[in-house]
Ligand binder design. Sequence first.
Ligand SMILES: Cc1cc2nc3c(=O)[nH]c(=O)nc-3n(C[C@H](O)[C@H](O)[C@H](O)COP(=O)(O)OP(=O)(O)OC[C@H]3O[C@@H](n4cnc5c(N)ncnc54)[C@H](O)[C@@H]3O)c2cc1C
Length: 462
Amino acid sequence: MGYLDLDTVLCRRLCKLQQTAREFGMQVVRPAGIKLDKFTDPKDTLAPGSPLWAVFKGFRELGLHKAMIPKAFGGTLGDYPSLATPLINEQMGYADGGLSISLLVSTMPFAFAVLSPHKEVRNWAREYVEDKSASMIGCWAITEPDHGTDWVMGTSSAGCDPCTAPGLTAVKKGDEYIINGWKSAWVSNGTIATHAVLHVGLDSSRGVHGSGIALCPLHLPGISRGAPLNKIGQRPLNQGEIIFDEVKMPAKYMLLAVPGFFGANLFGHTFLGLANSSMGVTFASQAQASFDEALFFAKNNTLNGTSLVQRPDIKIRLFRMFAKVEAARLLARKVSDHFFGLLSPPLVGAATKRQITFWALGKALNAYFTAFDRYEKVRQISKNITHPDESTGMMDWGKYGVLSKITATETAVEVAGQAMQIFGEKALSPDCVIDKMFRDARSSTIEDGVNDALAIASCEGL
Ligand SMILES: Cc1cc2nc3c(=O)[nH]c(=O)nc-3n(C[C@H](O)[C@H](O)[C@H](O)COP(=O)(O)OP(=O)(O)OC[C@H]3O[C@@H](n4cnc5c(N)ncnc54)[C@H](O)[C@@H]3O)c2cc1C
């Protein structure tokens, strides 16, 4: 059973990019992930000479890290067709789910930096593109010890409840924000990141809706890190808490400073939808990897002199796995392509040569949210509504991202479980790669929002 690439639009450039990512994935990322998974102390993952650094550096030397940075900043977004980033994520996910996420979140602060009105911040995007030694690593710091699902539910009307307010707060004093609080031990790249997309509480009376988004360099005095997290799945993915104690962050690093439901909803549509759609391609592809392992095993092992793959029960099992993988893979690719298509023309297309378009957009977003928030307050006071915010849950883009993430991650768990069944007792040996794939897949149904919570938040307003 082989895969046809049903995507007929793959041009020669995309095929070449896909091939480059595949070779790097199978020659460097897969073996690195298998080695890192076996390290008993997660600190060893970060030691000089650890395979983790070969993955980061190799990815950058090939220029694969540029895919989400617009062409105007030296990246390839808007230069390649929108399918380029999903194709890279697919290949990384096929090689190793956890390392794929590490590479993905590493780009986030630098991809958002292009929207800053401040030249210094915008320049981070260009510096990141040129950074071959992985001295700039990003993370997405949102989850807190007491607020995980609250962020997901915050995209709905539940997010205006003050008890959902982030514990990490940013208070403006002059031209600085004073930041206090913790981001949880589950922040991917948490102990190695140099920059964070940092979600902060600006107005706790408005719950999650009272939050803003900073692009925070993590070398500022008062920032410390926890130990690298030990866990059963996606072990090669570095995770750890980030602690802020009276951190004075220059105000220019605050990207979105306007609390209000529209900002929370924007988070639902774009950030979470985009992140979830990338999780979709990553884990649909991880499901494909489990299927391929099972097929290879069935073809190369016999039972009472008959090849396993000739047994009708194994044939049926394999075909059902194949059907699920293909369905998840096609959905995930379509949704992710759609998201990156939204970022391409007219936004990137019109701005490929002019960085100014991006900061104008960043400024316009803040101005728009401020105006919208004022309008909402007036409207709600006049209607005498007790809760200051109302929202209708994620709109359609976000829902499709969630759909793709849930389908892909649940397929990855199921297919890896079925593959274990085909391997039989050999699946339980620590040297069998399928056990790792199962553990990695299982973690993905919690990562980026627990699947059930994502579904509930998406259904609001139906
Ligand atoms: C591999 C991995 C990578 C991750 N990477 C990152 C990262 O890069 N950055 C980051 O910030 N975080 C990251 N996380 C954290 C992740 O986003 C959270 O674990 C997730 O959002 C769930 O939060 P929680 O673990 O606090 O669960 P809780 O919020 O404590 O939820 C526990 C259970 O209660 C249910 N529940 C809670 N509240 C509700 C509700 N209101 N309605 C219905 N059900 C509810 C949930 O569905 C869940 O089943 C990562 C997690 C994993 C596993």
